[in-house]
Write a protein that binds this ligand. Structure first.
Ligand code: NAD
Length: 261
């Protein structure tokens, strides 16, 4: 538990499922005030709100598309109107789809860039505007991926978006350090969530991925949420511009395991 997170206002995009949900519930355990952004009605955010309240935190939900400038402004306004501030902004919403690059349509390319990269930019920009104007020494966390450094054939738009998130995070970290605002990213490896559930439910595909992870197993959303609360807390008060890889060692060139190479 991090005492410094109690009553902090935390906005998480794409928080009605997967890693976003895991982070929302963990911030609830820290008794923060959590704003859950969801994109479509098919996600039931009420259960998440109930869980957060049962931990002694508070929560509310706001609909919005992170790639839409007006929606992002509305999310930030909603957080401030509902809970009185914005201390932590987590740009988590994202998507991926698999297509050979020479067959990838401009529409598919644009959609992934719009949500994963432009969405994180809009969320960061609006949060920074609020924090600078109100002299809040806040924290921004962008959800990147191991694919901000590992190339991923057939996911060129996804890898390009996350590579962009990495340098955007580092640039904003430097630019807003004089304001006391920290900007970091979390780079998960393979974590079972709705984004990849189909793949990891198939034993053969699951084994193939596990073989690429030195710790030998797929991660869970709680392990990513643990990174997020630490980064947002005062325990990480000297940390900015970090890409925090939570990947079971996936980025360590596992093919060299056992002295190969
Ligand atoms: P997920 O599909 O459960 O979560 C993505 C969320 O983003 C969903 O709730 C979805 O509704 C939301 N979303 C999509 N488009 C949106 C939009 N335009 N506006 C607002 N919300 C939108 O999958 P996840 O694994 O929880 O993914 C969360 C983040 O973590 C993504 O950025 C993803 O790239 C990243 N990530 C996941 C993994 C993994 O293994 N699960 C690994 C690396 C990075």
């Amino acid at each position: 538990m991090y005492d410094s997170l109690k009553d902090k206002v935390v906005l998480i995009t794409g928080a009605a499922s997967g890693l976003g949900r895991g982070m929302a519930e963990r911030f609830g355990k820290e008794q923060a005030k959590v704003v859950i952004n969801y994109h479509s009605d098919k996600h039931d955010y009420n259960a998440i709100i109930d869980t957060i309240k049962s931990y002694g935190g508070d929560a509310a939900a706001v609909q919005g598309d992170v790639s839409n400038e007006e929606d992002v402004k509305k999310m930030i306004d909603f957080a401030v109107e509902t809970f009185g501030s914005l201390d932590v902004m987590i740009n988590n919403a994202g998507m991926e789809n698999q297509v050979e690059s020479h067959q990838l349509s401009l529409e598919d390319w644009q959609k992934v860039i719009d949500i994963n990269l432009t969405g994180a930019f809009l969320g960061s920009r609006e949060a920074l505007k609020y924090m600078v104007e109100n002299n809040i020494k806040g924290s921004i966390i962008n959800m990147s991926s191991v694919h901000d450094r590992i190339p991923w054939p057939q996911f060129v738009h996804y890898a390009a978006s996350k590579g962009g998130v990495k340098l955007m995070t580092e640039t904003l970290a430097m630019e807003y350090a004089p304001h006391g605002i920290r900007v970091n990213s979390i780079c998960p490896g393979a974590i079972k969530t709705p984004i990849n559930a189909e793949k990891f439910d198939d034993p053969e595909q699951r084994k193939q991925v596990e073989d690429m992870i030195p710790l030998g197993k797929i991660g869970n959303p709680e392990q990513i949420a643990a990174c997020a609360v630490w980064l947002a807390s005062d325990e990480a008060s000297y940390v900015t511009g970090l890409s925090l890889y939570a990947d079971g060692g996936m980025t360590l060139y596992p093919s060299f395991q056992g002295g190969r190479g």
